[in-house]
Each structure stands twice: as structure tokens, then as C-alpha cells.
Design a protein around this ligand. Structure first.
Ligand code: ADP
Length: 370
């Protein structure tokens, strides 16, 4: 535990000065045309950015090690995510004289998926970067195939295919281990930390998939995984009769604390439609003031908020009231989340984006318990 904490503190500490170095270098170059041509400055910029990538990798690695990496669930457009993953390599492949291809199966018209777009992109960028690095001729392809589709979600197969140097059979297992590279010669020639694939494998695992590789020396490699991604549920267009069927929450007094105006509006609208009385606060501090002045039956509290976040608010509330049910509103997922929230005084949580019937069920359950 001490090691993990040290790694995570150290990489945080290293990031601060590095950000300053990178930022200043960019500013200097931006404002000064002769410097843009300077080889020294190009090296300074590239090296500092490279170092930041390494530090970030160590940070991710130590967080994964501690089970602390948080995943968010937000809707995104998969097509543009894939495009954004290949775009950064356009220049390098041109210089190397290899082709970069994106072969993506389209999703049903207008459908968005829900997941952690940043983490998914991080995995794809990493695999693509390796593929480009280890390919001297031919092509690198990012492929997706749409598998089973249901009303709630879709199964997607992702693959990064290259025609590069490949990996010998006996090395196929070890490359996923931390700090391991296929051989010392590769390290000398291509550099790298040996952390990339082990992080990718963990990230994919946390997203519900399994990163695998198939490869043959001098033929190329395929890194692939399959994820099941839920479709975005459009909360605004739930048919009215579905809401009408739900039990009324007449007279229930709810304090809704949420800094995002859109989420706030949506949640309030549903609560009103069930007959609840709702007071709203845009951060924990305003919420705390309201809580002291009025009496409520239930708290619905966002976690991430400016001034006073959800956990701080609940800590205050629990000092004076142990009984009022409190539900956390959250887009994050992390290990031991339920226990962590309970330790902070919450009785349960509701994922964002939420479905109205889920919200209703959740609220009712806590009111009945009470
Ligand atoms: P590194 O930072 O060293 O690239 P990785 O964990 O990303 O660390 O990769 C580990 C090793 O796996 C690499 O050093 C390389 O030997 C091998 N490898 C990864 N991807 C490929 C690929 N597309 N083609 C050939 N070898 C690869």
C-alpha cells in the first residue's frame, strides 16, 4: 500500500512542474516565430510531452494497482471517438510511408453508447501507437465490428491490426506484464516503458472486456477485445403513460443538490411529475443552508460539485441527522464505491445518466425503508 501511495503521490508531484515546463515551452514557441524553427525547442517540447506521457502511465498504473481508477458513464458518439483515435497518427504514418485505415461498422442511426470515452480512447491510442511504432511497411488498421444488438445496448469488437515486425510466440504472454518488453533489442531500438499493454489490459478488463493478441513474426499483430456498451437512454422522451403508471410521491419533500443545470432540470421534472415537492441547490454549500432551514424526507446529492461537494455535504448532514435517506447522484464508478459512499453517510446511489423508472424505484425503496 505504501508503494502504491508513493507511486501515485510521486507521479502527481512530477506532473505539476512538467505541466509548467510544457506550458511555458508552448507559449514561448507560439509567440516567437524563430523558435518555431529551432531544433532545440522542438526537442524540448517533444521530450517534455513524452515525459508527461510516461508519468501519466505510472500514475494510471499505480491507480489501477490500488483499484482507485474511476470510470465515468457518459454517452458518446463512437464514430467520432474512433476518428479521434486515428487522427494523431496521420503525420507519422505519412513520414513512415505506411497506410493508416479506419474500418468501422456503423451503429444504428443516431445511436449513442454509454461508457468512459476517454479510457476507451486511451486504450486505442496506445494500441495504435504500438502498431505504428512496430510497422515499417504496409498498414495499420483500426477496425470495429458490431455484434449482437438489443434495445439496451450493443456488443462491439475492436481490433488494431498491423503488418509490422510481429511478436514471437514465446513472448505473447509476457508483453502484457508490467515493465516487460518483447526483448532488450526492441527496447534499444524503439524505446518505451513496457507499461502500455498492461495498463490497456486492465482498462479493458474494467470496461468488461478482455484484451487479446494474435501475432506472427514478420507478418504482423492483431490486438483485439470486445465490449458490451449500453445505448444512451434518452430520459426526456420517456412516454408519459410510463411515468403515470408509477406510484405517486405526493407530498414527499426532496432536496436536490446538483451543479449541472441540465441534469437538475431533468431530475426536477420527473420528481414534479410524481407529485414530489422539490427544493434545488447548485452546490453543497447552498444545499447545507437549505437543509438547516427546512425539513426534507429525502436528499438527492451529486458528488462532484464546486464549493462543497456531495461527500462534504453529507458529512455535515450526518452530524445533525442520522436518519434522512440520502442518495448519491454519480457518473463515476470505482472499486468499493458502495462502501465508500456508505462511509460518507449515503444510503445508496443512482448512476448518471439515470432512467426515470430507476430513479423512482430507488427513491421509493429508501422512503419505504425509512
Ligand atoms: P512499450 O511502452 O515498451 O511499448 P507496451 O506494454 O506497450 O510497452 O509493449 C510491450 C512490448 O510488446 C513492446 O516493447 C513490444 O516488444 C511488444 N509489442 C507491443 N505491440 C506490438 C506490435 N503492434 N507489434 C510488435 N510488437 C509489439
Amino acid at each position: 500500500a505504501t508503494k502504491a501511495r508513493f507511486m501515485s503521490n510521486m507521479s502527481h508531484e512530477l506532473r505539476t512542474p512538467l505541466n509548467a515546463i510544457i506550458g511555458t515551452t508552448h507559449l514561448l514557441i507560439q509567440d516567437n516565430v524563430p523558435l518555431q524553427e529551432s531544433e532545440h525547442f522542438r526537442v524540448l517540447k517533444d521530450s517534455s510531452e513524452h515525459m508527461l506521457q510516461l508519468v501519466n502511465a505510472v500514475l494510471d498504473f499505480s491507480k489501477l494497482d490500488e483499484g482507485k481508477l474511476e470510470f465515468i458513464h457518459e454517452s458518446f458518439d463512437l464514430g467520432s471517438t474512433l476518428q479521434q483515435a486515428v487522427d494523431p497518427f496521420a503525420m507519422v504514418v505519412q513520414q513512415k510511408g505506411i497506410r493508416l485505415l479506419l474500418e468501422a461498422d456503423p451503429l444504428p442511426e443516431g445511436k449513442k453508447v454509454v461508457g468512459d470515452e476517454m479510457r476507451l480512447k486511451q486504450v486505442l491510442l496506445n494500441l495504435l501507437s504500438n502498431a505504428v511504432k512496430f510497422t515499417e511497411s504496409g498498414s495499420v488498421t483500426l477496425k470495429t465490428r458490431v455484434g449482437e444488438i438489443s434495445e439496451s445496448g450493443v456488443e462491439i469488437y475492436f481490433a488494431v491490426v498491423d503488418t509490422g515486425i510481429g511478436i514471437p510466440v514465446e513472448k505473447l504472454k509476457v508483453i502484457f506484464e508490467s515493465f516487460t518488453q518483447a526483448d532488450a533489442e526492441t527496447t534499444r531500438k524503439y524505446g518505451g516503458s513496457g507499461l502500455g499493454l498492461s495498463i490497456c489490459r486492465e482498462l479493458v478488463k474494467k470496461m468488461g472486456g478482455d484484451l487479446q493478441v494474435a501475432s506472427a513474426p514478420d507478418t504482423g499483430s492483431v490486438f483485439h477485445f470486445t465490449l458490451r456498451l449500453p445505448f444512451e437512454q434518452r430520459v426526456m422522451i420517456v412516454p408519459k403513460e410510463k411515468l403515470m403508471g408509477l406510484q405517486k410521491l405526493d407530498g414527499v419533500r426532496v432536496l436536490l443538490v446538483e451543479d449541472n443545470a441540465v441534469n437538475m432540470k431533468i431530475a426536477r421534472r420527473f420528481l414534479h411529475s410524481w407529485g414530489a415537492r422539490v427544493d434545488t441547490a447548485e452546490n453543497g454549500r447552498v444545499g447545507w443552508d437549505l437543509f438547516r432551514e427546512h425539513s426534507y424526507d429525502l436528499l438527492l446529492v451529486d458528488l462532484e460539485m464546486p464549493l462543497m461537494d456531495g461527500k462534504e455535504l453529507l458529512t455535515q448532514v450526518r452530524k445533525v441527522n442520522k436518519d434522512i435517506p440520502a442518495i448519491a447522484f454519480t457518473a463515476a464508478v470505482y472499486d468499493n464505491m458502495y462502501e465508500d459512499l456508505q462511509n460518507h453517510g449515503f444510503n445508496g446511489y443512482l448512476h448518471k445518466p439515470f432512467r426515470p423508472d430507476e430513479m423512482h424505484r430507488n427513491i421509493l425503496r429508501h422512503l419505504i425503508k425509512k
